[in-house]
Design a protein around this ligand. Structure first.
Ligand code: DON
Length: 308
């Protein structure tokens, strides 16, 4: 890991100078306020070492990366019954698309598109009050990262709520097919808060370590999921974690990864490390433009792609 620090500094320096940085998400007004010049990267290894560069200690909105954590939570709660409501196939559509839902009886293609994540949040809600479910999610993420200072940015949650018509439409549509059970407003209240989790690259990398280590967090020694479930979560990240850009991410980076419109990406290097990167400018698919470029550079230099 000693050689990683100069490499991260080099990547940070090179990418900060790029003129084309993508577009900051503006459909959630609070996210549009974030400076496009932010750039952070962190690598957490299985032996507990952590190497960072740039703005790696600044908390940002993890947005869709949270879908990985709520999926893990839902699988812990109801096991494979999750798959009665949500599929496991790439969608080939935008993250917030509604078109497939009508053809497929309201059953979302996978747990990472918005519709699928909303259905997973409905499972986590599981008869509780929304506040309790939000508390469960926050506690779970703090447990994963071994860091109790992690919080939810309520301004981001409210900002998304005020502009959440499309997600509300997805939820109502799924409710009409019986795919979600709770009132759409309650499910989305929880969903907007999970997306508004604020975490730094450092905290994210630590939270993802269980996926690199066959389900066991090497920092705390806790078994989070079985090795089999960790393998499957990584498979879903590889095939669906970047929406319609998942094929391109596999081609260029070759790691299981999950992106968010806050500009973060969490990438897993099985049996080695976790990389998290943050650059708020997005590409046309809603994935971090420079974050993807950073991972591509890192993987090329380290040989960390799962494809060799
Ligand atoms: O529901 C939304 O639109 C956002 N809270 C999350 C979308 C997202 O992060 C897509 N990822 N790239």
């Amino acid at each position: 890991m000693d050689s990683i620090k100069p490499l991260l500094d080099e990547i940070c320096l090179e990418l900060r100078e790029r003129r084309e940085k993508g577009q900051v998400a503006d459909y959630i007004p609070q996210l549009a306020k974030v400076s496009i010049d932010k750039f952070g990267i962190a690598v957490a290894s299985m032996n507990g070492s952590l190497v960072t560069a740039g703005d790696a200690d600044e908390a940002f909105s993890i947005q869709s990366i949270s879908k990985l954590f709520t999926l893990t939570l839902a699988l812990g709660q109801v096991g494979d019954r999750v798959w009665e409501r949500v599929g496991r196939e790439p969608s080939g559509n935008a993250f917030n698309s509604i078109v497939q839902l009508e053809h497929e009886q309201g059953r979302p293609r996978n747990p990472f598109v918005n519709a699928g994540a909303i259905a997973v949040t409905d499972i986590v809600l599981g008869g509780h009050r929304p506040k309790e479910a939000i508390g469960d999610i926050l506690r779970f993420v703090r447990f994963l990262a071994n860091d109790d200072s992690i919080n939810i940015d309520r301004f981001v949650a409210l900002s998304e709520q005020a502009h959440g018509d499309r997600n509300l439409a997805l939820a109502h549509f799924m409710k009409s097919f019986g795919v979600i059970k709770h009132p759409p407003a309650e499910v989305l209240g929880v969903y907007f808060h999970q997306c508004a989790l604020a975490m730094s690259c450092r905290q994210l990398a630590q939270a993802g370590l269980f996926l690199a280590a066959n389900g066991r967090n090497p920092l705390t020694g806790f078994n989070v999921v079985s090795p089999n479930r960790a393998r499957r979560l990584n498979a879903l990240m590889m095939t669906c974690g970047h929406y319609d850009g998942s094929g391109d991410f596999a081609f260029r980076v070759g790691l299981p990864g999950k992106s968010g419109v806050g500009g973060g990406i969490l990438a897993i290097v099985p049996n080695k490390a976790v990389v998290s990167v943050w650059s708020p400018g997005l590409d046309a698919n809603g994935n971090s433009l420079l974050g993807t470029a950073a991972l591509e550079m890192l993987v090329r230099r380290t040989g960390w792609s799962v494809f060799g």
